[in-house]
Design a protein around this ligand. Sequence first.
Ligand SMILES: NC(=O)c1ccc[n+]([C@@H]2O[C@H](COP(=O)([O-])OP(=O)(O)OC[C@H]3O[C@@H](n4cnc5c(N)ncnc54)[C@H](OP(=O)(O)O)[C@@H]3O)[C@@H](O)[C@H]2O)c1
Length: 269
Amino acid sequence: MTKTIFITGTSSGLGKGTAILFARRGWNVIATMRDPSKETELNTIPGIQVLALDVTDAAQVNETIASLLRTTPVDVVVNNAGYGLGGPFEGATEEQLQRQIDTNLMGVFRVTQAFIAHFRNRKSGVFITITSIGGHVAFPIFAPYHATKWALEGWSESLWYELSRFGIQVKTVAPGGIRSDFGGRSLTLTSHPAYDELMEGAEKVMRAPKRLANYASPEAIAEVIYTAATDGKPQLRYIAGKGAKMMYRIRNLFGYRFFMKQVNKMFFS
Ligand SMILES: NC(=O)c1ccc[n+]([C@@H]2O[C@H](COP(=O)([O-])OP(=O)(O)OC[C@H]3O[C@@H](n4cnc5c(N)ncnc54)[C@H](OP(=O)(O)O)[C@@H]3O)[C@@H](O)[C@H]2O)c1
């Protein structure tokens, strides 16, 4: 029987790449995005149904998912929607912080809650949340973003125990850099004059051509999501991409003190 996957944030990058990959493999794809009127590609691909969904809109999340589930059983949910709030923490406004948490964290909570009863009744289902290698390690000038991704890793680990007893799989996919709109139109920056020099240095490191050249394609990370969705394993974490795997290994082998020394060297010497 054809399986159905529900994905948030499919207007660009990893969400879009994942929608296309699953559709090509014969899945029924519910590709959600804030503004479907701008979409010109996904709605032309057989097997993909585009729906409007802003993960910060609790009423829309509940109504859209309840209405979908009346006609379409869903097998896999991918919590992908998210963006980075970068810049000095001291300069972040209340509104910027609330929006970061509302999208990256509360958005995942809302979408997941709306599907749990459906999965529990079916005694199956897979939740895949896109965190980041930045949910296991941290770099300067992304403190609120890291807060949301570390939170999602802890939340997923706890939820794993709660839901596995009902036959529901809880997984995270943690990519390193991806070639997407993350560092462009999606990025929000705080500012504070005391950090101008630090920001300049950090931007040089973050935007170094050598670093960007090593970013993974959305398709490569979508393959990891495909594995997580279909392997049937009770595995919680999937570290995705060469760079992310290397960082994860170094952090775990040598500990956080060593890792922090290396990051300090990379950014500030
Ligand atoms: N790029 C990286 O280097 C990287 C690394 C690790 C993890 N990640 C994670 O990967 C995921 C996908 O990011 P990406 O790299 O593919 O970046 P992207 O191209 O900027 O895609 C982000 C998607 O999230 C959507 N989105 C933002 N706010 C939303 C909201 N309130 N409701 C619904 N959708 C919303 C955006 O939609 P709009 O078009 O409406 O803005 C866009 O479709 C994110 O969770 C990100 O944190 C990215």
